[in-house]
Design a protein around this ligand. Sequence first.
Ligand SMILES: *[C@@H]1O[C@H](CO)[C@@H](O)[C@H](O)[C@H]1NC(C)=O
Ligand SMILES: *[C@@H]1O[C@H](CO)[C@@H](O)[C@H](O)[C@H]1NC(C)=O
Length: 329
Amino acid sequence: MVFYWYVIVSLVSIMFYYLRPVWYSVYFSYVRPLFKWILRKTTRLCELQRICYGENHGARRSLGVEYSLSHSRRYELQELIKFLNKMAVERKLHGNGLMMSVKGSVDTILLVKKINPTVHVSFVKAISRCIEHIWGYRQLKQEITLLARTQYDAENAEHEEKLLRLWQMLKPDVPLNSRVTKQWQTIGFQGDDPKTDFRGMGILGLDNLLHFASEYPTTAQHVLQHSLHPQYGYAFAIVGINLTSLAYHLFQDDAAKTIVYNSCKSLPSINVFHHFYCYLFYEFDRVWMESKPCVMDFSNVKTKFENNIRSLLSNSSVLLKTDLSIDIV
Ligand SMILES: *[C@@H]1O[C@H](CO)[C@@H](O)[C@H](O)[C@H]1NC(C)=O
Ligand SMILES: *[C@@H]1O[C@H](CO)[C@@H](O)[C@H](O)[C@H]1NC(C)=O
């Protein structure tokens, strides 16, 4: 008897497992539309309106709108998504291009969902901000990728100027003897010319370091002091470039979406990426100094650190810390 039950239960679970694509399609073709239809009839609001009225500005609202739009079966909305994706990839969402895209998108949504804009003024406002969030984030990912692929070029005056400014910000009292010098090692580069150290993350690594050093000079200099600790020290610039790579991946796999949607009022710009990076560096330094590791522990400490950050980011209420000051005792 028990044996038969066992066989039946196994067969049913196998069937469920292998028919997953069927269940998904049943859900998205029949169950979800039916629920949406019932809710629409009872609340007189479409799903997008229920999300915009039900959630405050931030990750929960924008993620809800993103999900709803991406599962829409309406042809007009699917075309709209394709158009916005293209605008984001081509990085045309700014100024006039942004204004026209958002306005056009909202008009399409109002038309398709038969919403009266004079009655639902706050819906129009909310959905506009969500569109800026969703496609601004996609555009930002594209921008970050391009910067990461731009290699540091010693012939490029702009790159050289940034590098020298990084030195001035971190070591305001120490002049650089020459462009190529062992002094670079005192801020954690490997050799006497930093240009090769940027290989992995391109100019994005330098932009991040420079942002940290110029927006949070006191904190950056404290962190640099920690990195020179005789026992627990680490290579400031090299670790910094490694954290650029962490920030980059957290953006690419969308883990950072929550914090970006919660921190930006409208279109996310590269500054939110830089700011997120500063926060990572600040936190990493704190965790590193607290765990009193040796240089060989870098991989372990970093893995643990990354897991903690990921679990923090999975909370849709997560906020970007803006006060990065270090208490000195
Ligand atoms: C950062 O450090 C990790 C762990 O040591 C390593 O696997 C990774 O390749 C490094 N990334 C970069 C860009 O240096
Ligand atoms: C998520 O973050 C909010 C705000 O920081 C906090 O109040 C809440 O406890 C967090 N939730 C979880 C499950 O960690």
